[in-house]
Write a protein that binds this ligand. Sequence first.
Ligand code: XMP
Length: 508
Amino acid sequence: KILILDFGSQYTQLIARAVREANVYCEIIPYHQSFTFEDGLKGIILSGSPFSVNEEKAPAVDIAAFIQRLPVLGICYGAQLTAKCFGGRVDKSNKREYGRARLQRQKDDVLLKDISDGSQVWMSHSDSIVALPEGFEILATTESIPVAAFRKTGNDTHPLYGIQFHPEVYHSTEGKKVLKNFLVQICGCKQDWTPASFVTETVAHLKQQIGDHQVIMALSGGVDSTVAATLIHKAIGDRLHGIFVDNGVLRKDEFEKVLHTYRQLGLNVKGVDAKGLFYGELKGKTDPEAKRKVIGKLFIDVFQEESQQIAGVKFLGQGTIYPDVIESVSVHGPSQTIKSHHNVGGLPDTMHLELVEPLRFLFKDEVRKVGLELGIPADMINRHPFPGPGLAIRILGEVTEEKVQLLQAADDIYIQELKKHNLYSTVWQAGTILLPVKSVGVMGDERTYEYTVALRAVTSVDGMTADWAHLPYEFLAHISNEIINNVRGINRVVYDISSKPPATIEWE
Ligand code: XMP
């Protein structure tokens, strides 16, 4: 295992993902959190930071103590902090370096083994190391800065390295190789952290954690809850009781299709048809937050009622993933915010259940790999995200059963055609929105007065920012025809060309 000490860089999670991609397990902790040098801990990486090491309140750690125990690699701020701690000098550089630079190697070293001279690296710093401490040597420079990579020399127990560039970002073409050199050659990591080993270890751990107790879990049809449930099922079989609620605002045939997949996976899942209850409570509600609240609350009611039917439940399974639990280090001092889980959160503490969260340390792409390893069908694994309140926040204004059916029909055409034209996997999320306006159209000799739907498709990495997907005109023309010709009640289709920000992905 590798520990990444986070000083608040926007790239810290990318470092973790790059380390995991090399099949080495790692965890991110805030730089000021204490940790133990447990067996199996092989090295430490210091992240970048929005701070300058020369600021009065600049965050710091005891690097000299670390290298008594383990190899250390400082990245960007981490490298500057290293230089400064040992008596070097870091200054505002005349030339700030942002973006592309070329690495010029000055010395052979295992850290830069197999890295080509002139290799493109990505920089993002306004301070630079202007003088290295005594007993340190330069490994590489760039055109603009004298110290792009360095190491401490001498007889320390463990090596200490610093690099000014960001090996974790895509634009550092050989950055992953540099990280791998550190992990494998310098720290001696074995690269044995794979989806298969994760499954074996996690199942063993779940068996131990759960013992012979019962677990309940709300399933949503999404990737995270499905993978988490499959893992738990592998550990304890039918003592995992899944509950999948039809809230009336799922996609067309979704309830039946997803239940079918669960059965094929051998999961013990109860499907609960609560459509009527949801439609009843949604009646007359037009405010988006009010609709969200109704759906959230009813879901909890249904879930609680169902769980009371199961005797001796001690645990609650959840599909929480790593980005939801990483504590972020903020520029405004070491405050920590923990994001609450978007999807299944909000179950009351009064249920007195202990949490089982087998995906708590996985990134989304890793969850997908583990899912495939578990034999979950690829179309389930590669599904777009779908909001908990479902189509209710894609029907602007009041939700009625008729409107749901109208939207389901249009949405189904859109999604099926995206798949047929091999466009589904090129977008991050797609869906259809039913607008609360009717407009005039003409079909044959008849004048129509019907609804409009908006098509939405976005590209994104994490849903935080997004761009509208540039779907081909021919495809959009085809969808418009298909929807208007096949869904009675819709006579106009528009395409949403707003990015996030300033718009959002959903319309409510
Ligand atoms: P926005 O609309 O905020 O959406 O750009 C970002 C991502 O979050 C999803 N989303 C939700 N998911 N409950 C959810 O579980 C919600 O209330 C909710 N609102 C938005 C949205 O689908 C997109 O993936």
